[in-house]
Design a protein around this ligand. Structure first.
Ligand SMILES: [Mn+2]
Length: 343
């Protein structure tokens, strides 16, 4: 199995960048997810094996279900410690930018990253990587930044010396970016790498539970309520959508993240190819957040663009509407009708 990603010349360049750096910062995108946190932690472990002492700085809060990962206590939040973080970024020799493709994705950290004299090295798998960096390590067909980090560590010859502090977060990011290996995960390298990570003693079943089985009672009951009371089928059972009002959310003591993933659930119904969620913003009036999911070649991003002031990926898109929920429901029905022949 071919694990190497870089040419010998690129590998040498990366090694030189690392070896020459006295102070290293690793950062990721705003609202960090499993891949963002996992890859920063795993890369930090790899760099430690090269004798470095990198600092991880993330723009803001990350979810509680990532707190079990070894090393999370070393992560500095920019929004809480911006002065200290600014100094670290300004004095860094190298800043590794993980799991994002342009500096605006770091939100409040963008200015500091633009101002630093440090070499910026991108390690990412999103489309359209930024070009302004000292080295751009971008592989858009790789499932996650964690997988890239694994393969870089492997190619740098670090695998033998690494332990669970590397393997746990690395596996976590690969798992979360593929929905537990249910999408974007058919390449055999992924499972070869999992095999290697298992040899480090990771408990993959426990990692799954730590990340995915952490609902509050309210969150699970909200899902049940949505599916039982709110789901509306359309286009002869080939599309489904549901509206969530502020009152709905209040009834189930809504917390940020509680509706995450619910939009995928109608796709479990046989024949459904498009699912749309409409959610009233908790603060702004006449502001509806729209989320779209599809399967196969149905272009959810075109529906998002044409009807919901949005866009995104073919199978996962988003948008927003500035109207009442009743109007939003009408727009949704119209959108599905307009795309019925593609469903
Ligand atoms: Mn990612």
């Amino acid at each position: 199995m071919q694990i190497d990603l870089l040419s010998q010349q690129e590998l040498q360049q990366l090694r030189e960048v690392i070896v020459a750096a006295d102070s290293i910062v690793i950062c990721c995108h705003v609202s960090p997810d499993g891949d963002a946190i996992g890859s920063t932690l795993a890369w930090a472990e790899a760099l430690k094996k090269m004798g470095k002492n990198p600092r991880i700085i993330v723009p803001d809060m990350f979810p509680d279900f990532l707190r079990w990962m070894p090393g999370v206590e070393t992560i500095m939040r920019y929004d809480k410690h911006s002065d200290e973080a600014d100094a670290l970024i300004a004095d860094a020799d190298v800043v590794f930018c993980l799991d994002f493709n342009e500096l605006s994705r770091t939100d409040n950290m963008q200015k500091a990253l633009e101002a630093t004299h440090a070499k910026l090295v991108l390690i990412d798998h999103h489309l359209n990587p930024m070009k302004t960096t000292a080295m751009t390590i971008s592989f858009t067909s790789v499932c996650s930044t964690c997988e890239i980090v694994f393969r870089l560590a492997w190619q740098l010859g670090l695998f033998e010396s690494l332990d669970r502090k590397f393997a746990d977060p690395c596996y976590c990011g690969m798992m979360t970016d593929t929905g537990g290996f249910t999408f974007a995960s058919t390449r055999p390298e992924i499972f070869y790498i999992i095999c290697l990570l298992l040899s480090k003693g990771i408990d993959k079943d426990k990692i799954y539970r730590n990340v995915f089985h952490t609902f509050s009672e309210d969150r699970l009951r909200l899902q049940g309520y949505i599916l039982y009371e709110k789901l509306e089928m359309a286009a002869d059972g080939k599309a489904a959508f549901f509206p969530l009002t502020r009152a709905d959310l209040e009834r189930f003591h809504y917390m940020k993240g509680d509706t995450e993933g619910v939009v995928n659930m109608p796709l479990q119904i046989k024949g459904v190819r498009l699912s749309i969620s409409l959610r009233e913003d908790t603060e702004r009036d006449n502001y509806i957040l729209v989320s779209l999911r599809s399967v196969d070649d149905f272009p959810a991003n075109e529906v998002a663009r044409d009807f919901f002031n949005g866009g995104g990926h073919k199978n996962a898109s988003g948008g927003k509407l500035f109207c009442s929920m009743n109007e939003a429901i009408e727009i949704t029905r119209k959108a599905i009708k307009a795309y019925e022949d593609k469903l």
